[in-house]
Ligand binder design. Structure first.
Ligand SMILES: Cc1ncc(COP(=O)(O)O)c(C=O)c1O
Length: 404
């Protein structure tokens, strides 16, 4: 009988297409989709042992499912983490983290320039459960340090941030967190494990919106948390069993297949984003471009060191204009003049997407929160896909060249 277990020491690109649960008795080449809500048990004794977690085996998909497990194993392997747990969305991954790592009276320090719903969840929703969050400038390590209190349990960063592509030095933040007995959690949705593997840099927990680059074709919602077995398997998995934030096997299968092309997509989209960002920087109607791959980005050196020499697949830019009203009108004009790009707030898709963060992803924040995050009315975010660059430039030029 051939040994089908993978040898140790494989590269992430190999694990991205090979790591999965064992094939079924049918020998399928593409991983099977186990679209079933429950599993038939051979007898009541065995069923009792499985429900009591005394015997391995599947019982009910909210608890575990082989397709979901394949995704968890593959993502953990790519991340260089020991464990991963899949969730229904990126936000449910962050909720899972918050509800298992924090209790009433605890404190979080978090970046003030993260995705809008993350700010809402950590800043407002968790406050109802007695958890307090202090938001700090993502890029200022001294501000993180100053905000830490004796009851600080988690430092939460998103690097690069949505939409301004601010970074944080993951290794430095991990050292800071650990020196104060706290955990560092990093939202790695923008970089993906292809560009950066936060666990390898000292982070304790890595969260993903699988809806973004991991799927990569805008099909399904998904999320995940990667970390140590002590946290993921001992604390998060039992909570998941009763909380039901579980990922559907169908969505898991789609993301599992997405991971197989992740490396190729991220590298190609990153190269295109760099070209587009440099080109936008030269346009007279563009006030400023935010892209870590550009030498003008204030953390360019850190980005090159931390993200494998690549800037990522998302860039943002401010259009020129005077006052909030005109800036908003100009940004809307550029967005509405596109015919190839999709006007949608999702990102990480092979189809280029364009959006106005101040009225979409960050629209529910207060003006103060938006100002703190640096998101103005003239800001446009582009998630670069796989179309020909000339077509994307022509698409953006239509609106930029006709701005008054
Ligand atoms: C950085 C980041 N984290 C988390 C999320 C939330 O993910 P989901 O939409 O899958 O819940 C998003 C969504 O845009 C995001 O951009």
């Amino acid at each position: 009988m051939t040994d089908t277990t993978l040898p140790p020491g494989l590269h992430p690109d190999t694990l991205a297409v090979r790591e999965a649960v064992e094939r079924s008795q049918w020998g399928e080449h593409s991983e099977a989709l186990y679209l079933t809500s429950s599993f038939v048990q051979s007898d009541s004794e065995s069923s009792a042992r499985r429900f009591a977690m005394e015997e391995p085996g599947y019982t009910y998909t909210r608890t575990a499912n082989p397709t979901v497990e394949s995704l968890e194993r593959r993502l953990a392997a790519m991340e260089g983490a020991e464990s991963a747990i899949a969730t229904s969305t990126g936000m449910s991954a962050i909720l899972l983290l918050a509800l298992t790592m924090l209790k009433s009276g605890d404190h979080i320090v978090a970046s003030q320039s993260m995705f809008g719903s993350t700010i809402k969840l950590l800043g407002s929703e968790m406050a109802r459960f007695g958890v307090e969050t202090t938001f700090v400038s993502q890029t200022d390590i001294a501000a993180w340090q100053a905000a830490i209190r004796p009851n600080t349990r988690v430092l939460f960063a998103e690097t690069p941030t949505n939409p301004l592509t601010d970074l944080c030095d993951i290794a430095a933040l991990a050292d800071l967190a650990h020196a104060h007995g706290a955990l560092l959690a990093v939202d790695n949705s923008f970089a993906s494990p292809v560009l950066q593997r936060p666990v390898q840099l000292g982070a304790d927990l890595v969260v993903y919106s699988g809806t973004k680059l991991l799927d990569g074709q805008g099909r399904v919602m998904a999320g995940a948390v990667c970390g140590s077995p002590a946290i993921v398997e001992k604390t998060m998995a039992p909570f998941m069993r009763c909380a039901g934030l579980s990922l559907s096997p169908f969505n898991a299968w789609v993301v599992l297949k997405g991971l197989e092309t992740l490396s190729l997509r991220v590298k190609a989209e990153s190269a295109a984003a760099l070209d587009l960002a440099a080109w936008l920087e030269g346009h007279p109607k563009v006030a400023r471009v935010y892209y870590p791959g550009l030498p003008s980005h204030r953390q360019h050196e850190l980005a090159m060191r931390q993200q494998g020499g690549m800037g990522g697949t998302v860039l943002s830019f401010d259009v020129l204009g005077q006052g909030a009203e005109q800036l908003r009108a100009n940004a809307f004009h550029v967005i509405d003049s596109t015919r190839v790009c999709s006007i949608t707030a999702n990102l990480g898709d092979v189809k280029t997407t364009i959006t106005h963060p101040a009225s979409t992803s960050h629209g529910r924040l207060t003006e103060d929160q938006r100002q703190a995050a640096g998101i103005g009315q003239g800001l446009v975010r582009v998630s670069v896909g796989l179309e020909h660059l000339d077509d994307l430039k022509a698409d953006l030029l239509r609106g930029l060249d006709s701005l008054q």
